[in-house]
Design a protein around this ligand. Structure first.
Ligand code: NAD
Ligand code: ZN
Length: 347
């Protein structure tokens, strides 16, 4: 990111490695919609000559003197979020916000990201995970951000056996929220999206109903399908601020609205007073940044190793050259109808 609305290639020094850190070389990378929010929506403010990217699988090139479990040559999964594990916030269970709101998000936010020949990882023992040999370097990239974010949406929604869940927005993140909800035992799952490709893949991951927001008010469409009954949970993974109003209208008393969407613009969320039970409806609204770190990566990787989750349907556009990254990032910005996620394998 050269500045607002401008991307390009730059030369930078290879980062230095502190005692607990690692230097990595990416094996595969993928651009994220969050990179698009950052560059073209100006969502986190101005950034100059910042290396983008927070999704990668990699090879360790160098480790600091205190790193215990990783050595040069190891293949690793890189979580998009790399917290400071000693922080009080981490000890309280919110490592995403170690030393301040969203501060566990370092790559392509407060430091250079993974779209480089070499990148730095803080606290290697806490933030890298060994890549199991059953998982390809390309599939592993989906463990950086798409799988953990979608699953975080389902976890925060506390999806339970037999529940009815609506997922609004079925790009790669929403599709993983569908998959996560199904793995947690959801009964009926409505996937809200307009693109044919995404609808097909949502069904692959277990969506029972597809709702197209271009066909009219989704609240009406879902209440019709539900014969007027509210749903248990709504996960927000796409669309704008208006989706909060829709979600609150759809959930039952005691239900949960779980947002994983990165809200890149606007100032306030519209919460409808009456449907929110005049302030007394026990409808919880939660928004969360995905949890990073080694344990989460290790456990999510087991879903791929044991074939409980197949991420390959997400990978619609595959490239084989670093320079293709630019096309991949622009694809993510323009979202052609057949795109879910581009990935660049570097070898
Ligand atoms: P995406 O743009 O590919 O998918 C969102 C989809 O929502 C798109 O297909 C879009 O057409 C659709 N959409 C637009 N308006 C809609 C509406 N009114 N109703 C329903 N769908 C609508 O994005 P993605 O890569 O899947 O990421 C989703 C969001 O998650 C992005 O904002 C991204 O930045 C964010 N994100 C958050 C985290 C986190 O930790 N919370 C991590 C990664 C990404
Ligand atoms: Zn991301």
């Amino acid at each position: 990111m050269l500045g607002f609305d401008r991307i390009g290639w730059i030369e930078k020094d290879i980062p230095e490695v502190g005692p607990t850190d690692a230097l990595c070389r990416p094996l595969a990378i993928s651009p994220c919609t969050s990179d698009v929010h950052t560059v073209w929506e100006h969502a986190i403010g101005d950034r100059h000559d910042l290396i983008l990217g927070h999704e990668a699988s990699a090879e360790v090139v160098e480790v600091g003197s205190l790193v215990k479990d990783f050595k040069p040559g190891d293949k690793v999964i890189i979580p998009a979020i790399t917290p400071d594990w000693e922080a009080v916030e981490s000890q309280a269970g919110f490592s995403q916000h170690s030393y301040g709101m969203l501060n566990g998000w370092k790559f392509s936010n407060v430091k250079d990201g993974t779209f480089a020949e070499y990148f730095h990882v803080n606290q290697a023992d806490g933030n890298l995970a060994h890549l199991p040999e059953e998982i390809s370097v390309v599939d592993a990239v989906m463990l950086s951000d798409m799988v953990p974010t979608g699953f975080h949406g389902a976890n925060n929604a506390e999806v339970a056996y037999g529940e009815t869940v609506v997922v609004i927005g079925i790009g790669p993140v929403g599709l993983m929220a569908v998959a996560g909800s199904v793995l947690r035992g959801a009964g009926r799952v409505y996937a809200v999206g307009s693109r044919k490709k995404c609808q097909e893949v949502a069904k692959f991951y277990g969506a029972t109903d597809i709702i197209n927001y271009r066909d009219g008010d989704i609240v009406e469409q879902i209440f019709e399908a539900q014969k007027g009954k509210h749903v248990d949970k709504v996960i927000l993974a796409g669309g704008g601020l208006e989706t909060f109003e829709q979600a609150v209208k759809l959930v039952r008393p005691g239900g949960i609205v779980s947002n994983i969407n990165y809200l890149g613009s606007g100032d306030y969320l519209p919460i409808p007073r009456v449907e929110w039970g005049l302030g007394m409806g026990h409808i919880r609204i939660i928004g969360g940044l995905m949890p990073g770190g080694r344990k989460n990566m290790d456990y999510l990787a087991q879903l791929l190793v044991n074939k409980r989750l197949d991420v390959s349907p997400l990978l619609t556009h595959r490239f084989g050259n670093f320079k293709d990254l630019e096309e991949g990032l622009l694809l993510m910005k323009d979202k052609p109808s057949d795109l879910i996620k581009p990935v660049i394998e570097l070898g």
